[in-house]
Design a protein around this ligand. Structure first.
Ligand code: TGC
Ligand code: FAD
Length: 390
């Protein structure tokens, strides 16, 4: 059977490895993105807002903490989480970010490092979208090197007193609960901090040129007091927040494939329909070579993501595996978005089409969750056994 141009995007038909349930999740998310997200994303990107009214629908689809078991979470497979991220990010990186931050950066640390009481109290509410979280690791002066953080937590009786600032925090400003990583006399610890705690102040960052359909902010803690029961008891080193990053980076490796696929498909359908010099633009050799390169890159990126999914299912996935795919797939996404934008001429610079919005978003996605250089250095360390970060 001949394939349509759109179905050709899965050139090696890799989605055949998906189970029926994973296919159903993929299709449910893709339909949501097409019907409820795509028509409004341009306006939200221009306004610099996230459509809060969609949170209940996102929760009803079971997407919040979807790869976690129990406590109201869907318990879906790693591959299901990956393909959901792929379809969400085809809509916008801000949409995938919302789901990643809630599930991988806020629910995962509670699920992995929290007490039974913490899990029972917070996870069902977070899965239902009733409590929104943010993850505070990055500081104004410490991004790539979070182990140098200056945020401090000091024990006072049965409480902890937190002081410090976190900046470039997705959902700060709209979150109810902040997962705060702080240094203590005994090393790094994680705290659950309600954002209405006295001394906690959050502000939205207003002047972003990227990831505009996602709220990013900063927060300050001035003698914020939380009880010992709000410390994550099993998070005892910098490895704890870094393990959360592995969960989110996994989703980005898939999400970047969605970005590249969306841009490729829009450029292809545009050039098939737009004639110049007497024939469709897609009929020129230069265009066809570009489509061939884009599809090859997308296929390679998708193969890397799907392999991560398999390794995660088999509990064989290691941080350096994720670094390769996050780094490679983000590069493919931004290159594809820029090429697609150019292939759509002037129309390509408007929010009516996705490529320029995606290209702008990918500037953030290449920076957050470990920059291209940091992931290169993680790979370099794995290859040579010589750390070159410091
Ligand atoms: P290092 O000595 O290498 O490691 C310390 C301990 O942590 C372990 N580890 C990891 N464990 C799980 N997953 C990972 N990815 C891990 N990376 C390291 C490591 O094995 C070790 O364990 P142990 O038992 O031996 O102590 O630590 P380092 O301080 O030298 O740092 C290494 C480096 C540079 C790779 C790390 O700091 C890093 O990844 N930096 C990048 C920072 C970053 O990615 N920040 C992201 C902030 S969150 C965010 O951007 C959210 S955006 C969300 C959105 O909107 O989607
Ligand atoms: P820096 O670390 O100052 O790096 C600047 C440049 O120097 C980069 O090119 C980097 O690759 C390079 N560099 C750094 N170290 C080295 C080295 N050793 N060798 C060579 N080159 C190096 N953080 C959170 O904690 N939670 C969030 O929810 C969150 N959301 C974000 C949302 C957005 C939209 C953005 C843009 C960022 C977000 N971040 C978040 C922060 C993000 O994780 C950091 O921006 C990122 O880790 C990089 O840190 P930095 O910006 O301080 O850059």
């Amino acid at each position: 059977m001949s394939q349509t141009p759109a179905s050709l995007s899965d050139f090696y038909e890799m989605d055949e490895v998906l189970s029926d349930e994973e296919t159903m999740i993929r299709d449910t998310v893709a339909t949501f993105v097409a019907k409820e997200w795509d028509p409004i994303v341009g306006d939200h990107f221009e306004a610099g807002t996230f459509p809060m009214e969609l949170i209940p629908t996102i929760a009803d689809m079971g997407l919040l903490g979807m790869h976690l078991d129990g406590y109201g979470c869907a318990g879906a497979s790693a591959m299901a989480y990956g393909v959901a991220c792929r379809e969400l990010e085809a809509g916008d990186s801000g949409l995938r970010s919302f789901v990643s931050v809630q599930g991988s950066l806020c629910m995962f640390p509670i699920w992995r490092y929290g007490s039974t009481e913490q899990k029972e109290h917070w996870l069902p509410r977070m899965a239902a979208g009733e409590v929104i979280g943010c993850f505070g690791l990055t500081e104004p002066d410490h991004g790539s090197d979070p182990a140098s953080m200056t945020t401090r937590a000091v024990r006072r009786g049965d409480s902890w007193i937190l002081n410090g600032a976190k900046r470039w925090i997705t959902n700060a400003g709209l979150a109810d609960l902040a997962i705060v990583w702080a240094n203590t006399d005994d090393g790094f610890r994680g705290f659950l901090v309600p954002t209405d705690s006295p001394g906690f102040e959050a502000r939205k960052i207003q002047n972003k040129l990227s990831l505009r359909a996602s709220v990013t902010g900063e927060f300050y803690m001035d003698d914020v007091e939380v009880p010992e029961s709000m410390r994550l008891p099993d998070a005892l080193s910098i490895g704890a927040p870094l393990s959360c990053l592995s969960e989110a980076r996994f989703g980005i490796a898939f999400g970047a494939v969605g970005v590249a696929r969306c841009c490729y498909e829009q450029a292809l359908s545009y050039q098939l329909e737009r004639p110049q010099f007497g024939k469709p633009l897609a009929g020129f050799q230069i265009s066809q070579i570009k489509f061939a390169d884009m599809l090859t890159d997308i296929t390679n990126a998708n193969l890397q993501a799907m392999r991560l999914g398999q390794l995660k299912e088999q509990h064989r996935l290691r941080p350096h595996h994720i670094s390769m795919a996050k780094r490679h797939n983000c590069r493919v996404a931004i290159d594809t978005a820029r090429t697609a934008r150019a292939m759509m001429g002037a129309n390509g610079v408007s929010t009516e089409y996705a490529p320029m919005r995606h290209a702008a978003n990918m500037e953030s996605v290449m920076t957050y969750e470990g920059t291209e250089e940091i992931h290169g250095l993680i790979l370099g360390q794995q290859i040579t056994n010589i750390p070159a970060f410091r």
